[in-house]
Design a protein around this ligand. Structure first.
Ligand code: SF4
Length: 248
């Protein structure tokens, strides 16, 4: 069954206009109900940031409908945000989806287009299964208004995403000592500066994860580096998970 015949899941959405998310900083952040997540995500039901106490309380309410609204309402609220603002999409939750795991672009694209119309600097991460269909959907969302990074656990995944013209982030061992390196496939990786104590939050980092390219001088550019996240949240579980995936 493909997305042409698979049923679309109904999701609930929410936006916090000035987030108290310490990592993101005081910017608008959206949340999507838990039923958007891919059941095969290695963090599903486990060491996912969304299961941290305060994040989980909010996510539970958006997931069971006590808080939040439809995508139509969310798109209207986007126009209340000052132009050129940063916005983090899906501080918890993932892209809208079909039952078969395909990303539902009919549902996701209006939000990307609303962000673009409002000239917002929007970004997100996606942990859906990395099928060719879904990786193409991430590139479409990036082109249409929300920089959508594929969330990876291995450098092989990162290399595949970049080889197809996408952008990625990588979870790494919480004890990783390197701050910059290059994958076997030639993709530069740098550790998130907030985790290195170099900036207070994403706002102070000018949302590096939102950028799509890096200037290389002389009017040329290259794809933005992959961002590595030290698995500080639930480090023991993340170490175990990476070991199972045969990551160094
Ligand atoms: S690299 Fe910057 S934008 Fe990305 S998560 Fe870290 S602080 Fe936020």
């Amino acid at each position: 069954m493909n997305s042409a015949t698979s049923a679309a899941r109904i999701h609930n959405y929410h936006i916090t206009m000035v987030s108290d998310n310490k990592k993101a900083g005081p910017i608008p952040c959206t949340t999507t109900g838990r039923n958007s997540c891919w059941e095969g995500c290695p963090f599903y039901g486990g060491p996912c940031y969304g299961n941290a106490f305060h994040a989980r309380l909010h996510w539970d309410r958006v997931s069971d409908g006590r808080r939040g609204y439809s995508m139509d309402v969310l798109c209207k609220l986007i126009f209340d945000i000052p132009k050129y603002s940063f916005i983090r999409i899906n501080q918890t939750g993932d892209q809208p989806r079909y039952e078969n795991g395909d990303i539902n672009l009919d549902e996701a694209l209006p939000l990307a287009k609303a962000c673009r119309m409002r000239k917002l600097k929007a970004w997100t991460y996606c942990h859906h299964e990395q099928t060719d269909y879904n990786l193409a959907a991430l590139r479409t969302l990036t082109q249409e208004g929300i920089t959508t990074n594929a969330s990876c656990e291995t450098e092989e995944q990162v290399d595949r995403v970049y080889a197809q013209g996408g952008l990625a982030v990588l979870v790494v061992d919480p004890d990783e000592k390197r701050t910059k390196w290059t994958t076997a496939g030639g993709v530069p990786v740098r550790v998130c500066p907030e985790q290195l104590g170099l900036v207070a939050n994403c706002l102070n980092c000018e949302a590096y994860c939102q950028k799509q390219t890096t200037n290389t001088g002389g009017g040329t550019s290259k794809p933005r580096d992959c961002v590595a996240f030290l698995g500080h949240y639930a480090p023991k579980q993340i170490k175990k998970l990476l070991k199972e995936l045969n990551v160094r």
